[in-house]
Design a protein around this ligand. Structure first.
Ligand SMILES: Nc1nc(C(F)(F)F)ncc1COP(=O)(O)OP(=O)(O)O
Ligand SMILES: [Mg+2]
Length: 218
């Protein structure tokens, strides 16, 4: 499998759903299947936070979520856990500044998708040198999901980083009401957790977000 091209990455990043067992009220696989029906374009398994699954249970849920993605042609990425990503033969990995070194991850995953969280120009330059396929930029708005999220950045950092020409997805407190601002700032997509996972109607929430991001196109 060759490296994803920047244009392919940009279209994949449009509606980026991220979830793990702690973000879902009902079965995470059902939530993911409804989100896929609603139009998400990529999924990241992020099993993290108080009460998260570990070891065999984490692997088992990862396999079930990956299967749902495979059946629907949606790329399946893993957050943080490189070993899990390799064991599942995931389509890629997302790592932050506190996780494994991006260059080492790139070496280990070959041509799989590599996403890196970046918060400033210096981190962005390092991520490019390490072979990142996209930047995760945020938190754009206040978020309750990530306890150790950095300072709320607004959309300014997106404007600053888009000059690198690397695909960018915004993350942090994004929902159907503020997603257009993120896209207008130059992001290629929006990444959400609770705006979809805690929705009364997950499929509709994903569809509403998708319509905002794709500018009302179906
Ligand atoms: N998981 C993420 N996914 C994205 C994505 F770009 F995919 F939207 N951006 C940012 C993060 C945050 O990644 P990180 O800084 O390592 O924190 P955590 O490991 O707690 O998620
Ligand atoms: Mg991380």
């Amino acid at each position: 499998m060759a490296r994803v091209s920047p244009d392919q990455m940009r279209s994949l990043l449009k509606v980026y759903f991220i979830a793990g067992s702690t973000n879902c009220i009902e079965d995470p696989v059902k939530v993911l299947e409804d989100a896929i029906r609603g139009g998400i374009t990529i999924f990241q398994y992020r099993e993290k936070g108080e009460g998260c699954l570990v070891d065999k249970e984490k692997l088992a849920l990862g396999r079930r979520l990956q299967q749902a993605c495979k059946e629907n042609g949606i790329p399946f990425l893993v957050n943080d856990d490189l070993e899990l990503a390799l064991e599942l033969d995931a389509d890629g990995v997302h790592i932050g500044q506190e996780d494994e070194d991006a260059a080492r991850v790139r070496e280990k995953i070959g041509d799989k998708i590599l996403g890196v969280s970046v918060h400033n120009l210096e981190e962005a330059e390092k991520a490019i040198q390490s072979g990142a396929d996209y930047f995760g930029v945020g938190p754009i708005f206040p978020t309750a999901t990530k306890k150790d999220a950095g300072a709320v950045q607004g959309t300014a950092m997106i404007e600053e980083l888009k000059g690198f020409g690397i695909p960018i997805v915004g993350i942090g407190g994004i929902n159907a009401h503020n997603a257009e601002m993120v896209m207008e700032a130059g992001a290629d997509g929006v990444s959400v957790i609770t705006a979809i996972s805690h929705a009364k109607d997950v499929r509709t929430a994903a569809t509403q977000l998708s319509e905002k991001v794709k500018g009302g196109q179906a």
